[in-house]
Design a protein. Structure first.
Length: 286
């Protein structure tokens, strides 16, 4: 789809299956299982959806999925499964005529492994940047938290996913809301992590937003109380969502859902005092 003169292309690194209780937090299974049926191990599908932006003067990639460093042993240890019947992110980019060398900027919403793992890859004897020409944008606070994990966060912050970016000189650390191109900016959206950043595209009077893990699925955006168990500060997530709900409706913005297996792009509307996501039938699921 186009937002003004910026082309938005959802791209995928595959699908992971994680415990439904993690995705839906305190919401009873009886409430969510009819919306997203789990497998026999109570796991639900979560697409590793990233976003390719073709702007007039830059090709931008938002998030990089899990990458190719995930071993079967790691998946078994963390209790998830990974499906890539059509290959990973680099394969999907290639289907759109984009090679790793074509990416100018990479915006990482945060440094959890399913969002930044594809930023680096193994070559014989060393780790290197997957996108060798790109500048990588990360919030300073997120970088600091990733390097000082606690008992809850250390299982998702892996230095191999991001430290090589600093060594190569490609890392750019941001302090708060920042414009990265004339039509793309990042906005800190705290709750899931303290410095997770959403990506806003504004061009030609139109708006699109990539809220990352502020809303795992469309139902999380519609309902304030539906917060994932992975959020470090769930009450802050609720207040952040409250702000974004109003903002998205006022601007009639397109919303790119990162993990929703059924809706890639939708629009939040207010109907009879309640919020609902209307899906774009041309962009359902990857």
């Amino acid at each position: 789809m186009k937002i003004g003169n910026v082309e938005l292309i959802p791209v995928s690194d595959g699908t992971t299956w994680w415990d439904g209780g993690g995705a839906f937090g305190l919401v009873p299974r009886t409430r969510w299982e009819t919306l997203l049926p789990p497998d026999e191990q109570n796991r639900v599908p979560m697409v590793l959806r990233c976003l390719l932006l073709r702007a007039p003067r830059a090709t931008v990639l938002v998030d990089t999925g899990m990458g190719d460093k995930v071993t079967p042993e790691l998946a078994e240890q963390q209790g998830f499964r990974l499906e890539r019947p059509q290959g990973g992110l680099v394969d999907d980019l290639a289907r759109h005529g984009v090679s790793p060398d074509d990416i100018d900027l990479v915006v990482l919403s945060h440094l959890h492994a399913d969002h930044c793992g594809g930023s680096t890859r193994f070559l014989p004897g060393r780790l290197v940047s997957t996108f060798p020409r790109a500048r990588y944008y990360v919030q300073q606070r997120e970088w600091d938290d990733a390097h000082h994990p606690n008992e809850r966060t250390r299982a998702t912050y892996y230095p191999a996913n991001f430290d090589p970016l600093q060594a190569s000189g490609q890392l750019r650390l941001l302090n708060g809301d920042t414009s990265v191109t004339e039509s793309v900016r990042v906005v800190v959206a705290p709750g899931h992590t303290a410095a997770m950043q959403a990506v806003v595209v504004e061009s030609g009077g139109e708006t699109a937003v990539f809220p990352s893990d502020l809303a795992f699925f469309r139902w999380h955006l519609e309902r304030l109380a539906w917060v994932s168990a992975y959020d470090l500060d769930p009450m802050t997530t609720i207040e952040t969502k409250r702000h974004w709900q109003r903002w998205l409706v006022e601007r009639q913005a397109a919303v790119v859902f990162q993990h929703d297996p059924q809706v890639a792009i939708g629009k939040l509307v207010e109907q009879n005092g309640r919020y609902a996501v209307l899906q774009d039938m041309n962009t359902i699921a990857l």
